[in-house]
Design a protein around this ligand. Structure first.
Ligand code: AKG
Ligand code: FE2
Length: 353
């Protein structure tokens, strides 16, 4: 196959593959012709000023932008969010330092138990389930950060030394950002202001995921991350200051999401779409690779308590507005996620009425 390099084990870390500086990529990374990356348009992704939005009487302009973002893009940028530039830079720096270490150091946190049994938490790549699976051009570190008493500290990096403290500080700040956004989102639906905040009141789960996308010789054939939507209520995403690559699908067209240093990106997840009975849209997004530059992103996935069920807010349902999604156990929802991701289909379609 064009551009392929046949003899490389699929389980190599992408960083190792990139280090070989070959002009070709192993065939496991090459997507089917009909799914190959296409040219994208540049988007005017909505930008919401959080300071203004959360003023006591709200700011009508910001609320209009938020509505547009929630109803059509499913993704928006947030400025004036109150997180210091220095903290954001620190999070990026410790993440970069982690990925730049020797492989042996990172393997201490591997997501393969005994070198073969895959677990979500830790450092490595996606679970490889079959020979025909198409792999993404990234390595990642995946940490469950909440509930805090469920942290598996054996996969939390000890180097760089400040990693844990910096992450903890960032988590607290991002929780504040989330909690300032949620009441405005509820207001747009005429729900009680604390409707969404309440969903997080009883042992919610938060995952931190650090994505590392090395340079890739064939951005035309390979994805950094395949198209998907997040199975969260919402996701906070901090992307590389100057290397783009994230794209979002709107009305059937892929748009580049421009980089804008020190802003945060908010992705609405499937569970927000379900709770809003489809008024809000979760974003379908993907990541392109870059032939010259590596890229890092830091992602916080916010779920409610995984033992619970999710359904459209009852306040939004009446005879004229029937429920558009079935009630579903979050655990069951998540169980189907990876398979759908590989197939390029969406779990949310399976719960639509
Ligand atoms: O790296 C990015 O910009 C996006 C990552 C992402 O979509 C994810 O981790 O779910
Ligand atoms: Fe995502």
């Amino acid at each position: 196959m064009e551009g392929s390099m046949e003899d490389v084990r699929s389980t190599l870390l992408v960083q190792e593959l990139a280090g070989m500086r070959s002009k070709a990529v192993p065939r496991q990374y090459i997507v089917q012709q009909e799914d190959q990356p296409t040219i994208a348009a540049t988007a005017s992704v909505p930008i919401v000023d959080l300071g203004r939005l959360s003023q006591p009487d709200g700011d009508a302009n910001e609320a209009v932008k938020l509505r547009q973002a929630m109803e059509s893009w499913g993704l928006f940028m947030v400025t004036n969010h109150g997180i210091e530039d220095a903290l954001m830079d620190n999070v990026m720096n410790v993440s970069r330092e982690f990925f730049q270490q020797h492989l042996g150091e990172k393997q201490k946190y591997t997501n393969l138990i005994d070198g073969k049994h895959f677990q979500l938490e830790g450092y490595g790549n996606d679970q490889v389930k079959s020979d025909t699976q198409i792999l993404d051009w990234l390595d990642r570190l995946y940490l469950k950060v909440d509930p805090a008493d469920e942290r598996n500290l054996s996969v939390w990096p000890k180097h760089p030394e400040s990693f844990r403290d910096v992450l903890d500080e960032f988590l607290i700040k991002c929780d504040g950002v989330k909690n300032s956004l949620l009441p405005s989102m509820a207001k747009l639906l005429k729900l009680n202001e604390d409707y969404f905040v309440r969903q997080f009141s009883d042992r919610p789960t938060t995952i931190a995921r650090f994505n590392y996308y090395p340079q890739c010789p064939r951005p035309d054939l390979v994805y950094g991350m395949k198209p998907h939507s997040d199975a969260t209520i919402l996701t906070i995403l901090m992307v590389d200051n100057d290397v783009g690559g994230l794209q979002v699908l709107k009305d059937g067209v892929w748009y580049d999401v421009p980089t804008k240093p020190h802003t945060l990106l908010i992705n609405l997840g499937d569970h927000m779409e379900i709770m809003s009975n489809g008024i809000f849209k979760s974003s379908v997004h993907r990541v392109m690779t870059n032939p010259e530059k590596e890229r890092i992103s830091v992602v916080l996935f916010y779920f409610m308590n995984l033992e619970k069920e999710i359904e459209p807010a009852l306040e939004l349902i009446d005879e004229r507005h029937p429920a558009r999604y079935k009630r579903v156990k979050i655990m069951d929802y998540l169980a189907g996620l990876f398979e759908h991701f590989l197939q390029g289909t969406r779990v949310i379609d399976t719960v639509k009425i």
